[in-house]
Write a protein that binds this ligand. Structure first.
Ligand SMILES: [Zn+2]
Length: 89
């Protein structure tokens, strides 16, 4: 499992870097050229049908309640994609 967590960290870093690169390309030839993208990770929270409560996710691969291990696909938080702030100087 340790190797899996290392691999997941590498994938996460690669995805974030790919997003930064895509953002830079999308901003090219626009007034946002040279702007900086800051990504804030939001932890995934699911609704557990067994606990009947919102719970953190045990693992992104298993998608189970961290408290009781019940599988669920009902995501409460963690799918958000929103612009929180835009600073202009
Ligand atoms: Zn649960």
């Amino acid at each position: 499992m340790h190797e899996l967590s290392i691999a997941m960290s590498i994938v996460e870093m690669a995805q974030e870097e790919a997003l930064h690169s895509s953002y830079e390309m999308a901003c090219d030839d626009t007034p946002l050229r040279g702007s900086r993208l800051v990504i804030e990770d939001v932890p995934v929270v699911i609704f557990c049908p067994h606990c009947k409560a919102q719970r953190p996710l045990s693992s992104i691969q298993l998608f189970c309640c961290a408290e009781c291990g019940t599988p669920t696909s009902e995501i409460v938080h963690g799918k958000e994609l929103e612009v929180v702030a835009l600073e202009i100087q």
